[in-house]
Design a protein around this ligand. Structure first.
Ligand code: ADP
Ligand code: MG
Length: 694
């Protein structure tokens, strides 16, 4: 239960004066539904209104606050003309200009013969000072409230600065005094303000310095957020590790047979990872391990080794992929290897319905099936195992902590969990998303790959590129053609892909296929099968092929509007080619002009193929929030912390969280109660439940 002290913050924004349902809906879209969300909506700029010169000394383009007498109203003579108000002070003159103005409103606000003060941006028109639509109009007695530094907030369509600013001020006023949860010594050393003072300070910047993520107030709030994240992960970890573990010690019998049958030998990194996994599984604490490995680094076989350890002890294993295509592909790869050593496996996805599904399920519960390959949808329904010992989750970045927990809850006793991610994640992010896990890294790729030649070309050269593709096909190549990401709507993606498919078919004939997320499973399989077999030469796709698809004979990757993709995503896509012995190329088509960031992104991609380095660069270029399209990624989103700047704070938060849980595991000591408040403040309610008296 959320502590009472936070009730006012977790009240809907409609409770604020002046916020009706319409504004509330806009605010919700912008920052979130509650007052706390507004408190954490930080300004990105400021307007300094302290400059108050006489009218005769107002510089062009400056934001000024000026005091004057209203001399005369000049209403607009027609709709296209502006409404003008002539004003003056002792030595100077000024015209106020309003378009589409309401006369009675203006006469009320700015009555002739009286003095007023306004703030706005000065311009000169035919050498005369004028201010169009001043930001503020006030009476002289209110000059102090005008002459200040105003924070500038990110907006959303339909929401203007004034109502938002008012709502935020009101929200901050509702913020309660909260007891200090920070370590007193660390806190003093940093010279940080209290939570309340920090909150006020971040919303009242007086200089650009105050907007810096390293300002005392912002750093403090960022640290709070990071500490909540690390503490929550620490609690999840403890909960998953807690209780009786199970010692899964394989005999090595099946795995050695499979290994002998492979056409290649494992890389050092693969062997090392398998050793680490075997040690985890064999120990009495539960395994929670992340296997990080770039595209094509050979994670699948490592997963197979782990699953065979479970099977060798008479238990079952499951491996889950985020998409059906991938689940099928794992099945196609692993089934023959498993069958050769007499291990029965099945593929189970959301597509299996009715009787067929029942049959699969009963095979699993009876134990006839030892290995289950499927989509993560498997785990949304109740499926029972005879004796599940290991869950492998492929392409983890689509999963969150919660899925991880629901999977872990499946076995009778603690199920070992191996998570594999194909997107190499920077170390700092690993810590925030997987702080609860041990990490193995496949830093070395299987030998014998030729690097992919990467080129960037403007979209104007499309015709040329199509001819090149045509030539490539004639000489036997297969081509992926990835269509742009349009907004966040799948429909639009689809339209773009459809159009490209039609256009390419016109030029290249009917060797061109199309695959997208809206297609039914069997349709997708057909297309993939045709492409895999080589019957289909060009595969036009939306980003459904992003993760994991393996067709070694494809050697050309064309990415349209490459500037719309993130670096990690481009790297993933490029990883679809260069999987066979033949030389591959990747063409990044972009719409000029490129932003500096887009240019830098393409440049990095051309220079390196090292996924870990690319991930670090991506973080540096974009800031963690945008990384990997965080929203869909399951990586935590931070509102106050910026991981491209606050990496050191994150490390400190991790150390602090560890120390806290070591000294006071149930958060019952003097710092415990405030720390619980912190967890609730950042909505880590689920983590609090792991406490004895949560
Ligand atoms: P990912 O890490 O992207 O899942 P995969 O497991 O799909 O990579 O492996 C990519 C390809 O590399 C597969 O065709 C696989 O058979 C092959 N492969 C894996 N390990 C090795 C190795 N040690 N030597 C040669 N090829 C390997
Ligand atoms: Mg894979």
């Amino acid at each position: 239960m959320r502590p009472e002290i936070l009730f006012s913050l977790f009240t809907p924004v409609t409770a604020l004066p002046g916020v009706g349902p319409r504004t509330a809906a806009l605010i919700e879209r912008l920052s979130g539904p509650n007052i706390v969300d507004l408190c954490f909506h930080l300004p990105t700029g400021l307007i300094d209104r302290r400059f108050a010169p006489p009218l005769s000394a107002v510089p062009d383009g400056a934001v000024v606050t000026v005091t004057f007498t209203i001399d005369k109203h000049q209403p607009a003579r027609n709709k296209r003309m502006p409404y003008r108000i002539l004003c003056s002070d002792e030595n100077g003159e000024m015209t106020l200009v309003f378009f589409h103005a309401k006369e009675d409103y203006l006469r009320r606000m700015l009555p002739e013969g009286e003095q007023r003060v306004i703030s706005g941006k000065a311009e000169y028109y035919q050498d005369k000072l004028q201010i169009t639509h001043p930001d503020h109009i006030a009476e002289l007695k209110d000059i102090a409230s005008l002459q200040r530094v105003e924070p500038v907030y990110p907006l959303t369509v339909g929401l203007t600065p004034k109502p938002l600013g008012k709502a935020i001020s009101a929200a901050i006023d509702k913020a309660p005094y909260l007891p200090e949860w920070q370590d007193a010594a660390y806190f003093a050393k940093q010279g940080w303000p209290s939570w309340g003072a920090a909150l006020h300070a971040v919303h009242a910047p007086t200089s650009e310095n105050d907007l810096s993520p390293n300002s005392n107030a912002r750093a403090r709030l960022a640290f709070d957020e990071l500490l909540a994240n690390q503490l929550a992960l620490g609690l999840v970890r403890r909960n998953m590790r807690g209780g009786r573990g199970r010692e899964i010690k394989g005999t090595g019998e099946l795995w050695s047979k499979v290994q002998a049958a492979l056409s290649y030998i494992l890389t050092g990194a693969q062997t090392q990872s398998i050793t680490e996994i075997a040690a985890d599984m064999g120990s009495s604490t539960r395994m929670l391990r992340l296997l990080q490995g770039d595209v094509g680094s050979g994670k699948t076989i490592v997963a197979l080794a782990a699953m065979l350890i479970a099977v060798e002890t008479g238990a079952q294993a499951v491996m889950m992929a985020p998409t059906e295509i991938l689940a099928r592909q794992h099945y196609d790869t692993l089934k023959p290897l498993l069958e050769a050593v007499g291990v029965h496996s099945v593929c189970l996805t959301g597509r299996d319905k009715g009787k067929a599904r029942e049959a699969l399920l009963s095979e699993i519960v009876s134990g006839e099936t030892r290995v289950v390959l499927g989509t993560h949808a498997i785990f949304q329904k109740t499926i029972e195992f005879q004796d599940l010992a290991l869950a492998v989750i492929d392409e983890q970045h689509r999963f969150g902590v919660h899925q991880r927990l629901s999977i872990a809850a499946k076995g009778q006793s603690a199920v070992d969990v191996l998570v594999m991610t194909a997107t190499p994640i920077p170390r700092t992010l690993t810590l925030t998303a997987y702080g609860d896990m041990d990490v193995s890294r496949l830093t070395e790729k299987p030998p014998g790959r030729t690097p992919v030649e990467t080129r960037a070309l403007p979209l104007e050269r499309l015709a040329e590129i199509v001819s090149a593709v045509e030539r490539a096909i004639v000489s036997g190549a297969q081509v992926y053609w990835v269509c742009p990401l349009v907004e966040e709507s799948e429909d639009n993606d689809l339209a773009a892909a459809d159009a490209r498919h039609a256009a390419l078919t016109r030029v290249l004939g009917d060797h061109v296929g199309l695959i997208h997320g809206r297609m039914k499973g069997p349709e997708k399989d057909q297309v993939m099968a045709a492409f895999s077999s080589g019957a289909m030469k060009v595969l036009v796709a939306t980003t459904v092929i992003e993760v994991g698809v393996d067709v070694p004979s494809a050697t050309v990757m064309v990415i349209e509007h490459a500037e719309r993709f993130g670096l990690a995503q481009l790297h993933q896509l490029r990883g679809r080619v260069g999987r066979g012995a033949k030389r591959s190329s990747c063409l990044l088509l972009y719409a000029p002009p490129l932003t500096q960031t887009a240019r830098a992104r393409i440049e990095i991609l051309r220079k390196t193929d090292d996924g870990f380095r690319i991930a670090e660069e991506d973080l540096r270029l974009r800031g963690a929030g945008e990384l990997l399209g965080t929203r869909q990624s399951g990586l935590p989103e931070f509102r106050l912390a910026d991981l491209s700047v606050h990496a050191e704070l994150l490390a400190a938060a991790r150390d602090d969280a560890r120390l806290i849980l070591e000294k006071d595991p149930e958060l019952e000591g003097p710092r415990g109660a405030p720390l619980r408040v912190l967890l609730y403040l950042f909505e880590r309610d689920a983590a609090v439940r792991y406490l004895r008296s949560g």
